[in-house]
Write a protein that binds this ligand. Structure first.
Ligand code: SAH
Ligand code: SF4
Length: 420
């Protein structure tokens, strides 16, 4: 979501006549879009802002902190880093180009929230020349016990299908071949009598985009209609991100996730039936308050049973204002959380390795989006399952969609060659 917001802001800055430069020392305006989902993300943003404030030029250069942390901390950021000029919350960040054109000496802090989405109707800038994120909804109504997102991004609001289609057609016209639809919970999309599967069908029917992805899905709202689309619609890429969070029913209930492990498992079976070899990824939290060693063991067991292609794994972090922060003691010691996290990461790494070995011999349609960081003569791309693949070819493949046979794999990367 932050990547998508940064894209929109970047497009709005371009429109207002600003030009991007390649290093902060040259910049007249420096913008950091921040995340508050875990304490570590905030620490990193504050560290980066402090660093940038140090190189701030005198005169008219400006430093801007925008997004979730700006929303949550507001003026408190100024107490830590007085040189900041703009602090704009999740619903005010797109005002930045307009505000920058005004003379102002005092720092501007604006964290007002609105009820409508008019402020968000800007077209996004692509992530690169070939793929782009398109926001379909903002905010969240789920209030999972640990999560700060609903407090900082407000209630769930859905964009009109027509606006989404216009964005995609516009991006396609600019050469974009892959889009990712973004919302905190795309499965609860409902606008102009269209639910999420209906929206996907509309994208297929009314645009020429051939590679469609989406994030994120909440298991409680994942419908049979959406799963069925994976068997009938080849333009949907074979990847599904479905956050599980914990393998223990007691912990899931305490998190207010509104599904149990059995229900989650049946969704996984349905997805694998609808699209064999679909890549499934997830989010997991260890050390939620009161989590016992046995309950952590259930998360390990779930990971062993389901065999995710990959997982984002986190240790629980207290977020002020959430239900868990107000009502539960953060009683799993940090060293226990760290040890559990390490164990989980090791297990998932081994499983990712094994799952990726099964990809060997398969052919995947790949969007080439750059070159390997280590070796510029090797092309880098994304498979249908959203995995990074490296392949060699003397041809210029940048921005092209090619078939690749996978012939080697490690935990995080596949290696392949061009195939017919
Ligand atoms: N809307 C998305 C997730 C947004 S946050 C969804 O529901 O899937 C991304 C992930 O961060 C969550 O899935 C969760 O695993 C993790 N997360 C959120 N709050 C957290 C916290 N307080 N501590 C640790 N991890 C957290
Ligand atoms: Fe947070 Fe839950 Fe909403 Fe995801 S669904 S953003 S985890 S409250």
């Amino acid at each position: 979501m932050n990547l998508a917001d940064s894209g929109i802001l970047s497009a709005a800055m371009d429109d207002a006549g600003f030009v991007s430069v390649s290093n902060p020392e040259e910049a007249g305006v420096i913008i950091i879009n921040t995340c508050s989902v875990r304490e570590k993300a905030e620490e990193r943003a504050l560290g980066r802002l402090t660093e940038l404030a140090r190189i701030k030029k005198t005169g008219d250069s400006r430093i801007c902190a925008v997004g979730c942390m700006a929303q949550r901390m507001g003026e408190k950021i100024l107490e830590r880093i007085p040189k900041i000029d703009f602090i704009l919350g999740t619903e005010r960040l797109f005002d930045l180009p307009r505000l920058l054109n005004k003379e102002s000496i005092e720092p501007v802090v604006d964290t007002r929230m609105t009820k409508n989405l008019d402020w968000a109707e800007f077209s996004p800038a692509p992530d690169n020349s070939y793929s782009a994120h398109v926001t379909i909804s903002r905010g969240c109504d789920n209030y999972c016990a640990y999560c700060i997102v609903p407090y900082l991004r407000g209630p769930e609001r859905h964009r009109e299908p027509g606006a989404i289609i216009d964005d995609i057609n516009d991006l396609y016209g600019r050469g974009i071949v892959e889009i990712t639809l973004v919302g905190q919970n795309v499965n609860s999309y409902n606008s102009a009598h269209l639910k999420f599967p209906g929206l996907l069908k509309k994208v297929v029917a009314e645009t020429d985009i051939n590679r469609i992805r989406f994030i994120t899905s909440h298991p409680k709202d994942l419908s049979d209609d959406l799963i069925d689309l994976f068997s009938s619609e080849p333009k949907l890429m074979g990847h599904f991100h479905l956050p599980l969070q914990s393998g223990s029913d007691r912990i899931l209930e305490m998190m207010f996730r509104k599904y149990d492990y059995t229900r989650y498992l049946s969704l996984i079976h349905q997805l694998r039936q609808a699209r064999p070899n679909i890549a499934i990824t997830t989010d997991l939290i260890v050390g939620f308050p009161t989590e016992t060693e046995d309950e952590f063991g259930m998360t390990l067991e779930a990971v062993r049973d389901i065999r995710f292609d990959a997982a984002f794994m986190f240790r629980y972090s207290v977020r002020d204002g959430t239900w868990a922060a107000k009502n539960l003691k953060n009683d799993v010691p940090e060293e226990v959380k760290l040890r559990r996290l390490q164990e989980l990461i090791e297990l998932q790494k081994e499983i990712s390795y094994q799952v990726n070995q099964k990809e060997i011999g398969r052919i995947s349609s790949v969007l080439i989006d750059g070159t390997s960081r280590r070796d510029a003569s090797v092309w880098k791309g994304k498979t249908e399952g959203n995995k990074t693949i490296l392949l060699k070819s003397p041809e210029d493949l940048l921005g092209k969609v090619v078939n690749s046979r996978i012939n080697r794999a490690d935990s995080w990367t596949l290696h392949g060659e061009l195939a017919a």
